[in-house]
Design a protein around this ligand. Structure first.
Ligand code: FAD
Length: 517
């Protein structure tokens, strides 16, 4: 009897295994049978590229890569996977420019959608009153800049680096030095077209399907794929006056930053960064930034002191140069920086916005671009920024040679709390971004292990000191951590997921939900 039972069990198990293998191997053929305007590819080179990102630390290989030519291609694939039901393990990740840091645009064994191949509809600028541009979700911001400039217009809010896609930055927030004035990029979108996790194509805005509209903005790709976006524009400047000044006193630095973000018609861009244990700084800047007082500037030595650099920009629109120069000098006279450290340069608007790409070209030529990037981005409430700076810049971070450490305040009133993005609970909060590049195989302070350990210490300190800090471009390993990140917004996030992507097909690389929830 026992022997019979054992034999039966073995037979049953092998049947299940054969059936499972059959299911898995038949998935590509069921995908291959779909009618698409674009195409699916299964070649090793493409799949291996889709398993990499800018962070260069997480690698999950998909089973197929979709190169869509139309929105309908994306809808067909998702609907097909949705129809397979919860027993299929297939997931879908939109991949913009793949500049995530921890595998957020990857889908292990799933389908990755190469959003950059979705070029339809073509970019279309509306140049009338309240101008805007309609773009594909896979469009790069740099292309949008060049296209809109042909009409003398440009988007109002940017990221520091423009070789990122619309869908990729709108899934996070899109924050840069213009955010104090216009809010993040997600505050500058009028309309979206979305393919939801059930394969439906939906138009949404403040007025139409507003719940989906707000869910997707800052939604980490969890509720739908952004296939088209309508982005607000403003008249573009031609030139930019770009200014850097230094502070040794953190209180004076933040006081000036906070004063500036409330001044009307003052600057168009406000950021800042921290300099720890560097020497020869002023020499490094001389090639692009001219000191206002060269004699005094030459005498200034950073000598390894911790310094805070305020970075400002004032846009110049046609023949205003003289007036802008005077205005800038008046504005600067209200600030408390170290007088000999006023550095000014004037560049074209395109050169200003595309500044990080210039560094990219240099780093690529030295083989230093495709290295691991253990970045840490935090939103810190204004009331806690001094405590944070004292401990983190005083004890934890001992030098900033691995990459810039940005620090600048934004106003919460410019952010929409109906979107999915998570912010601290205060009217002003700071973005503090540790943007390190790890030197491969180094065991020193510029090595991956050291930087990751430093990030861990920063996070542990924030947690232990109850600073109310939130991660930007968040990354967690457990659902409990995600729940803590979202706090009171978790229930809403969960409910939205159950409506727009009930099988948890989308953006598995964020590791918030597992298919099926
Ligand atoms: P991907 O990495 O391809 O995707 C990111 C996430 O969005 C994934 O989960 C993906 O599935 C999802 N996604 C992608 N496209 C879509 C879509 N169409 N619809 C729905 N979901 C989608 N961020 C800032 O806010 N400010 C900065 O100044 C800034 N500077 C940066 C500088 C550099 C050099 C780098 C590498 C990153 C920077 N970032 C900045 C972060 C950047 O905004 C995010 O990493 C962004 O997600 C990258 O865009 P991407 O097109 O490469 O997205």
């Amino acid at each position: 009897n026992n022997l019979f039972l054992r034999g039966f069990m073995i037979l049953l198990l092998s049947c299940i295994t054969i059936q499972l293998n059959f299911c898995i191997s038949s998935i590509p053929s069921s995908l291959k049978a779909l009618h698409l305007e674009g195409h699916l590819s299964f070649d090793e080179v493409g799949l291996s590229q889709a398993s990499r990102d800018f962070g260069n630390r997480y690698h999950a290989q998909p089973m197929a890569l979709l190169h869509p030519k139309s929105v309908s291609d994306i809808a067909v694939i998702i609907k097909h996977i949705w129809n397979m039901g919860p027993s299929s393990q297939l997931t879908v990740a939109a991949r913009g420019h793949g500049h995530s840091l921890q595998g957020q645009a990857q889908a292990h064994g799933g389908v990755v959608i190469n959003m950059k191949s979705l070029i339809a509809p073509r970019m279309k600028v509306y140049a009338g009153e309240l101008p805007y541009v309609d773009v594909s979700g896979g469009e790069l911001w740099i292309n949008i800049l060049h296209e809109t400039l042909r009409y003398g217009l440009a988007p109002r809010s940017w990221t520091d680096y423009l070789h990122l896609t619309v869908g990729g930055t709108l899934s996070n927030a899109g924050v840069s030095g213009q955010a104090f004035l216009h809010g993040p990029q997600i505050s500058n979108v009028k309309q979206l077209e979305i393919v939801t996790g059930t394969g439906e194509v939906v138009n949404c805005s403040e007025e139409q399907n507003h719940e989906l509209f707000h869910s997707v903005l800052g939604g980490l790709g969890q509720f739908g794929i952004i296939t088209r976006a309508r982005i607000l524009l403003e008249p573009a400047p031609t030139m930019v006056k770009w200014i850097r000044v230094l502070y040794a006193d953190f209180t004076a630095f933040t006081r000036d930053q906070e004063k500036l973000i409330y001044m009307e018609n003052a600057f168009d861009y406000i950021e800042g960064f921290v300099i720890i244990n560097r020497t020869g700084l002023l020499n490094n800047w001389r090639s692009s930034f001219n000191p206002q007082d060269p004699v005094q500037a030459r005498k200034f030595k950073s000598d390894g002191r911790t310094l805070f650099c305020l970075e400002l920009a004032k846009y110049i629109r046609m023949e205003e140069t003289h007036a802008v120069n005077q205005e800038v000098m008046t504005l600067l006279s209200h600030l408390n920086y170290i007088p000999s450290t006023l550095f000014v340069t004037e560049v074209t608007y395109v050169d200003f916005l595309d500044r990080v790409h210039t560094s990219e070209v240099k780093l690529r030529s030295k083989g230093l671009w495709d290295v691991p990037h253990p970045w840490l981005n935090l939103f810190i409430p204004k009331s806690k920024i001094h405590k944070f700076a004292e401990v983190v810049f005083g004890n934890i971070v001992t030098e900033t040679s691995s990459g810039p450490v940005l620090i600048y305040p934004v106003k919460k009133s410019k952010w929409d709390n109906r979107t999915s993005v998570v912010m601290p609970d205060e009217d002003i909060f700071y973005l503090v971004a540790f943007l390190a590049s790890a030197v491969p195989s180094s065991n020193g302070p510029d090595g991956l292990e050291h930087i990751l350990n430093q990030n861990k210490r920063i996070l542990e300190y924030c947690e232990g000191a109850h600073l109310g800090v939130k991660q930007y471009l968040p990354h967690y390993n457990t659902q409990d951590e995600w729940q803590a990140h979202f706090g009171p917004q978790w229930e809403v996030f969960l409910k939205r997921k159950s409506v727009y992507d009930p099988l948890a097909i989308l953006a598995p690389g964020q590791r918030i939900f597992q298919k099926a929830i």
